[in-house]
Design a protein around this ligand. Sequence first.
Ligand code: MD3
Ligand code: FE
Length: 229
Amino acid sequence: MLFPGPRERAVVAPGAVHVPGWLSLEQQRELVSACREWAQGPVPIRHTVLPGGGVMSVQTVCLGWHWKPYRYVRTADDVNGARVAEVPEWLVELGRAGVAEAYAGACGEGSGYAGGASAAGVYAPDTALINFYDGAAKMGMHQDKEERSGAPVVSLSLGDTCVFRFGNTEGRGRPYTDVELASGDLFVFGGPSRFAYHGVPKVLPGTGDPAIGMAGGRLNITLRETGLT
Ligand code: MD3
Ligand code: FE
């Protein structure tokens, strides 16, 4: 087991800011309930099949743009052909609040990142990827490179705690830092951290609070700017 450590705000690398316990229980409940609806359709949540034939252990549903490995499309031709649901404005605003929270006073606090603004000036995520991890699901070390924007990625965690591995921009191996992400945690990845390798080597079953409406497993919502039109 990892040393539990203090659950305090931390700049894990330049531009990578972890804010534990950012979401209230009520916000977590609302997000879980929204994820449950998004999982039903218009494009149902499913295990993504990779071009090489591999099947991801996490289950994913997308809003705004559909991530069809390895590009963003409007219609989920690898699932049921439907156009994905829009990203609701309240979720865009939550993403904006997350960036503001993570980078508040960032210049003075050593985040190494000047701000979360896109070219247009304000963080405007146009896609959300929702990943569900059962107790055995993992995500291998990868980079997210399909976006044509350097804007930050905002991550929100719900349910069971996981071990999140934050690596470097050179490759899948060391050096990396393992961080526990628990329900309600905010993590923002911008600036030099935006193209770092990262993954989820394990979920810690039974660590979530059933009060948020999840019997088990972990949900992660990431908000991104695709830079596409
Ligand atoms: C750092 N998801 O969806 S969230 C993914 O917990 C993904 O489901 C993981 O990796 C999850 O692509 C990790 C944290 C995260 C997400 C995107 C990033 C970290 C990132 C993009 C760039 C750098
Ligand atoms: Fe990723």
